[in-house]
Design a protein around this ligand. Structure first.
Ligand code: HEM
Length: 328
């Protein structure tokens, strides 16, 4: 009995001693940093190694980089400023439009709708507009989900639903990029000749586009504001396609740093475009009576056309009757 107790006592004393004598994985070498320690702080690892690389079996060795310093800046930007910028642009624009609606109300056709209409956009133009607009809306929502979904949607619908929804939104973002890009190219080809800026546009902007008051500045097929929207779509859409396809086909065009820059540019341009398009969607629907007809049936009220696109209406009338008198 006494012998057994003595052995137990010796063993209890020996175990910590033996443990202390074994070379510890946690022990820091002379540099003060041990990369194989069980708890390595990410920042220490990066300070010591500059980048963390894994082992891969595919031929492209660039894919082996798992973490590099620029990635941290990129991640910090996405976790902080990007969320605030997104909220400021999306919510700020919605607040501004609501305020504008409350102050100005709906811009009405003076004296109410008339009985005669004029064809503003043919079937192909409307098809091209809706393909671009519909794919743009899904791209915007799915893009916003990448930026802020885990903060906004996840708490509302839970992890399982969020994961399913995000998966489908990501597929939509990838596949709808193609009709969107095609729509932007078609718009450029079909409408560019009507969208070359000129002096009349400056006057249109000087008069605030006739948004306040009852006077409407002169305009041909597209006024200064619509030309601005056209160039935002063409240049913004072009930039989104260039940066977006760079991200969609990783390493074909650039390296990790290039893709991080492409994503920052993609997110930034898309936010500016979302802000501008919210304004366009507002004025094309609830903001102005008669405007949506142009993209639905293609036929607009002649009184609407005379107020907002007087010179265009005169051109259409001049073409439709040999004498130059308005067609009845
Ligand atoms: C040709 C058109 C487009 C292509 C090829 C494209 C492609 C992509 C790709 C591959 C990503 C990265 C997705 C990921 O991180 O998993 C992305 C992110 C994103 N896209 Fe697009 N996209 C296009 C158009 C648009 C449009 C029109 C919008 C908005 C109006 C938009 C908004 C966004 C946003 C906000 C993100 C997230 C950016 C970030 O995480 O910082 N994209 N896009």
């Amino acid at each position: 009995m006494f012998k057994a107790a003595l052995i137990a006592l010796l063993l209890a004393a020996a175990i910590p001693t033996a443990h202390a004598q074994a070379p510890s994985r946690q022990e820091a070498p002379a540099s003060g940093f041990n990369p194989t320690a069980t708890e390595v702080k990410e920042q220490d690892l990066l300070n010591a190694l500059s980048k963390v690389e894994g082992r891969i079996s595919i031929p492209d060795t660039r894919a082996a980089t798992l973490i590099q310093p620029a990635g941290q800046t990129w991640r910090d930007y996405r976790r902080g400023p990007l969320l605030w910028i997104t909220a400021a642009i999306v919510l700020g624009m919605m607040a501004l439009l609501t305020l504008f609606y409350l102050i100005r109300g709906r811009i009405r056709i003076e004296g109410g709708r008339g009985t005669r209409t004029v064809l503003r956009f043919g079937a192909f133009e409307r098809f091209m507009h809706w393909v671009t607009a519909a794919s743009w809306c899904v791209l915007a929502v799915s893009g916003l989900n990448i930026v802020a979904g885990s903060r906004v949607l996840l708490p509302l619908i839970g992890q399982d639903a969020f994961s399913t929804v995000s998966g489908w939104l990501k597929y939509s973002h990838n596949f709808l990029a193609f009709p969107f890009t095609s729509g932007v190219v078609l718009m450029l080809l079909v409408w560019v000749r009507h969208n070359i800026p000129n002096r009349m546009d400056l006057e249109w902007f000087r008069q605030g586009g006739g948004l306040f008051g009852h006077r409407h500045p002169h305009s041909r097929k597209f006024n200064g504001g619509q030309k601005a929207v056209f160039w935002i779509v063409v240049l913004g859409g072009g930039a989104l396609a260039a940066t977006g396809f760079t991200l969609m086909f990783p390493f074909y065009i650039t390296d990790v740093t290039g893709m991080q820059l492409a994503q920052i540019a993609h997110g930034g341009v898309s936010l500016l475009m979302i802000g501008a398009m919210l304004g366009h969607i507002y004025i094309g629907s609830v903001g102005m009576e008669g405007a949506l007809d142009a993209m639905n049936s293609g036929q607009v009220d002649r009184k609407w056309a005379a107020a907002h696109h007087d010179l265009w209406l005169a051109e259409v009338d001049a073409k439709s009757t040999p004498s130059g008198h308005p067609a009845e």
